[in-house]
Every structure is written in structure tokens, then in C-alpha cells.
Design a protein around this ligand. Structure first.
Ligand SMILES: [Zn+2]
Length: 215
């Protein structure tokens, strides 16, 4: 088993509507799949943590492929099957022993490159059980028109030689799979409050190893 190459997908995440900012509480939520922006502890500049971008990509791809884990199908995929791209690319959830090789995807923190003004809005929190409004809280969001630069690397291993996705094989198949994920994220949006119109995004200037492509 050996690594035979790497593919790099780069681009910008453009905010078509405000994106909810999460604090440290959100980061402590185990299994949270909402992508939140957080503020750098020193500069206070908002950025998108790579771990949450990766989590969002994974959960959208799991929905698209119908790959879930856990007794109630509410956990990430654990199958570790050779034909499961979720497990191949992101690693099987909570399964230390498998034959799929190392996690292929690396997602960097996405830095703010444009805009970044923070707006504060007061919002009621609805109690899920009773449907009643709890104390209003201040919600911070990054302004529409802001842009973040992102980078995703895919480590290609010899184990990937025979895998096929969207008619492509090997490393190209893994790239096609991640493109599917980007398309899903673009269609659904990022962060909390999507149903209220927050977090509408567009990927711009996408490049695969420096060569432009579109979704
Ligand atoms: Zn799987």
C-alpha cells in the first residue's frame, strides 16, 4: 500500500446571504454538522474551520448516497465497504480497523479574503419540545458579499486504482465525488438558520491543481 499522488481543489466561498457565526459552544457539540463560522481568538477575524467544512461535505454526501451509520441511521457511515466513497474519502466513523487505507481528504481552514463585517441580530430560540419561544439571544452573522478562500487536498493511494465514480476512475473518481459534495453544499447552504435564509453560498473560481472547472 502506498500513496501515489495528490489532487488539490481550491476556490472561494462567496456569501449570497449572511452566515451565522458560532461560538465555542457550537464547537463542543459532538456530531454537529452545521457549518459555523468562528472568530479567530487573537485577530477576531471570522473564518471557516476546515473540520466543520469537512463535516458538512460528509453529511451532504451521506444524504446523497444514502450512507448512514448508527442504529437510528443518524450517525456518519461506518460501513468500511470497498465501494463506499464516504468511508474511502472521509474514513469510516468509529472504526479503527478496516482495509480502506488512510483518510484521503484534508480540508484547510478557509480564511476571510473579502468583507467580513459582523452584524448582530436578536432572535428567539424555539424550544423543540414545547414549541414556545425561549429568551431571545443575540445572533452574529458575517455579512453578505464576504468571501473565504478554501483548499481541499485528496491523497491518492494505489488502493484507489479501481474505484469508479461518475464514469471516472482512480484519483479522478475521488475528485468527482468531492465535486458532488461541493454541489450539494452549494445547493443547501452553510451554517445555522438556513431555513431563515442565512448561509446561501456560491463557490467561485474553482480550480483543480490550478486548472479552472465548474460544478
Ligand atoms: Zn461507508
Amino acid at each position: 500500500m502506498k500513496k501515489i499522488g495528490q489532487k488539490n481543489i481550491t476556490g472561494y466561498i462567496y456569501l449570497k446571504s449572511g452566515l451565522r457565526v458560532g461560538g465555542s459552544d457550537d464547537l463542543l457539540q459532538i456530531g454537529a454538522t452545521d457549518l459555523t463560522v468562528i472568530k479567530h481568538p487573537v485577530t477576531f477575524e471570522p473564518y471557516l474551520p476546515g473540520s466543520s467544512f469537512k463535516g458538512k461535505l460528509r453529511s451532504e454526501l451521506e444524504k446523497k448516497e444514502g450512507k448512514f451509520g448508527g442504529r437510528d441511521f443518524n450517525e456518519p457511515c461506518t460501513c468500511a465497504q470497498d465501494n463506499c466513497f464516504v468511508c474511502r474519502v472521509f474514513g469510516p466513523h468509529k472504526k479503527p480497523n478496516h482495509n480502506l487505507g488512510p483518510t484521503r481528504i484534508i480540508v484547510r481552514d478557509a480564511k476571510l479574503v473579502r468583507g467580513g463585517e459582523l452584524e448582530t441580530k436578536s432572535e428567539n430560540i424555539i424550544d423543540r419540545k414545547t414549541g414556545t419561544a425561549l429568551h431571545p439571544r443575540k445572533v452574529e452573522r458575517v455579512s453578505e458579499g464576504s468571501e473565504f478562500e478554501f483548499a481541499i487536498s485528496l491523497q491518492i493511494w494505489d488502493l484507489d486504482a479501481n474505484c469508479v465514480h461518475n464514469g471516472k476512475q482512480g484519483g479522478d473518481a475521488l475528485v468527482e465525488f468531492v465535486k458532488d459534495g461541493l454541489r450539494e453544499v452549494q445547493n443547501t447552504g452553510l451554517g445555522g438558520g438556513i431555513s431563515k435564509g442565512y448561509g446561501e453560498i456560491e463557490f467561485r473560481d474553482l480550480k483543480l491543481d490550478g486548472v479552472e472547472f465548474s460544478l
